[in-house]
Design a protein around this ligand. Structure first.
Ligand code: SF4
Length: 374
């Protein structure tokens, strides 16, 4: 399976926490940009038997859906898959209108990922979002009316103005819409964003670790009780509705990223496009901004850090085979961060919150082994 990622960078306003490749407005360049995507696909996308498609942003539903559909048809034509396993478009609740969704459904879209973020209007305002909580329900209904039954909702926790109670209420409101999939991300403060600047100037406090841990536990409990399976640290789904496209990333599969700032991976080589709009528009077939080739050791390390996120226990033998040494798990087990049952390692709920540290500890034993064998 090849994951095809299509980046549509345009948004109606900039959310103060956003670190994606985003262009505010840019209406005069939408059509040119969509043509550039098609040109990049014709020049660079490889043929594949099976594909997943994910149109992300930015706000893909902010551009003309008919023009977007035309570009997507060209991209699919370039990859020529005989089967598309999943075709997702991201949408903001206030731009996911019935007509736009019907056009996208006709183009083959069968899954929509709606950036709900919260169902508390005070939290939405504090996050700088342009929609209110009611518009999410409207967007979900519009998706159903357009024939898009597979709905995912994105939520953010740890934002300003949020409390444990309002987070619980947001989760309940999300569940009431009966989505097949829910993603919950902790608010992260990135340096080069307005929130990053406000935290640096001490005008705002970064989310508190204890509060984030409590909110994560609330999500695990609430979504688990509702019958959604926690299959990746930040993702829950009804059985069979796990994101196929994201699983390509998490299992080190091949993916071709098109558009501004998009990343690609094939056979251990990774490359990424420029984030400069004018450069991209001028020559989309040569928009590559950097590349790297991972050696076997780096690939093994990447495998572990991605594999840890998928909450399926990992046979210790697999880790040993990849890292070239049996991992030392005793200290992690003693600290309550992992369990080992039937020879397979799994993160505890506490361990999920500290997944980066757990992985670093497992890799540390590997790096020590490398040093001592020199
Ligand atoms: S809508 Fe999404 S992509 Fe656009 S600015 Fe907000 S967070 Fe960033």
């Amino acid at each position: 399976v090849t994951g095809l990622y299509v980046h549509v960078p345009f948004c109606s306003a900039l959310c103060p926490y956003c670190d994606f490749a985003v262009v505010v407005g840019g209406e005069q360049t939408h059509a040119r940009y969509l043509e550039a995507l098609a040109a990049e696909a014709r020049a660079r996308v490889w043929k594949t038997e099976r594909a997943t498609l994910f149109v992300g942003g930015g706000t893909p539903t902010f551009v003309d859906p008919a023009l977007l559909s035309r570009a997507l048809a060209e991209i699919i034509d370039a990859a020529a898959p005989s089967h598309i396993d999943e075709f997702t478009v991201e949408a903001n609740p206030d731009s996911a209108g019935a007509r736009a969704l019907a056009t996208l459904r006709a183009a083959g879209v069968d899954r929509i990922s709606i950036g709900a973020q919260s169902f508390d209007d005070a939290v939405l305002r504090a996050l700088g979002r342009t929609h209110d909580s009611g518009s999410v329900a409207t967007a979900v209904r519009a998706a159903g009316a357009a024939g898009i039954e597979n709905v995912s909702l994105d939520l953010i926790y740890g934002g300003p103005a949020e409390t444990d109670a309002s987070w619980r209420a947001s989760l309940d409101a999300a569940l009431a819409l009966q989505p097949q999939h829910i993603s919950c991300y902790a608010l992260t403060i990135e340096e080069r964003t307005p929130f990053g600047a406000a935290v640096a100037r001490k005008q705002m406090r970064a989310p508190d670790d204890d509060a984030l841990a409590r909110r994560f536990d609330i999500a695990c409990d609430t979504l688990g009780e509702a019958g959604l399976r926690h299959y990746e640290i930040s993702n829950w789904a009804r059985a069979g509705f796990e994101s196929k496209h994201n699983l390509v990333y998490w299992t080190q599969g091949e993916y071709a990223g098109l558009g501004l700032g998009a990343h690609s991976h094939r056979g251990g080589a990774r490359w990424w496009n420029t984030r400069a709009l004018q450069r991209y528009l001028a020559d989309p077939a040569n928009a590559r901004d950097g590349e790297e080739q991972l050696d076997d050791a780096a690939r093994a390390e990447e495998w572990l850090s991605l594999r840890m996120r998928i909450l399926e226990p990992i046979p210790l033998g697999d880790i040993e085979a990849k890292l070239g040494r049996a991992p030392d798990v005793e200290a992690l087990r003693g600290a309550g961060l992992v369990t080992v049952e039937h020879g397979a390692l799994a993160l505890t709920q506490r361990g999920m919150l500290l997944e980066n540290e757990v992985t670093a500890r497992l890799l540390e034993t590997r790096n020590q082994a490398k040093t001592s064998s020199v």
